[in-house]
Design a protein around this ligand. Structure first.
Ligand SMILES: [Zn+2]
Length: 172
């Protein structure tokens, strides 16, 4: 497993609608392993392929804070097939937007269809943090970030802050 560099907003690769994974092969399994290692190392509860510059519809998540590392979930070509009428508002952050958190409204429960690393089809119902995380990660595959749900003013403010952070990091 290799830890990969996480792209920081703003980056054009974080703004693309990325294509489906055609076949679940050794390359995709290696990618998923690397993504999980990168996510746990960050540490984070979710990571989408475009965040490490890979243009394919796959994300990983593990929202079990009591037993981190025990429920790694890999979702290939995920699609929401059902959403609850109820919505929830929770504080979100993003590994591509370090040290910034804001309240975002999401569906309280969703059903998610996806393919696993063995190429098998799944449909799972998620609630709580898992549902919020899956919606956040799925957005990444469509070039959408959680700050897109905020006001234009706050989004501009965050983007300026991230540009400054990237400059500082580039300088070392
Ligand atoms: Zn994110």
């Amino acid at each position: 497993m290799t830890r990969r560099a996480i792209l920081i907003h703003p980056d054009p690769r974080l703004r693309k609608v990325v294509p489906a994974i055609e076949t679940v092969d050794a390359e995709v399994r290696k990618l998923a392993d690397d993504m999980l290692e990168t996510m746990y190392d960050a540490p984070g509860i979710g990571l989408a392929a475009p965040q490490i510059g890979v243009m394919g519809r796959v994300f990983v998540m593990d929202c079990d804070r009591d037993a981190p590392g025990e429920h790694p979930t890999v979702c290939i070509n995920p699609k929401i097939t059902w959403t609850s009428d109820a919505r929830v508002t929770g504080e979100e952050g993003c590994l591509s937007i370090p040290d910034y958190y804001a309240e975002v409204e999401r569906f309280e429960k969703i059903r998610l269809a996806f393919t696993d690393l063995d190429g098998a089809a799944h449909e799972e119902e998620y609630d709580g943090q898992w549902a919020i995380c899956a919606q956040h990660e799925l957005d990444h595959l469509d070039g959408k970030l959680f700050i897109d749900y905020l006001s234009a003013m706050r989004r501009t403010m965050v983007t300026q802050k991230m540009k400054k952070l990237k400059k500082e990091r580039a300088r070392g």
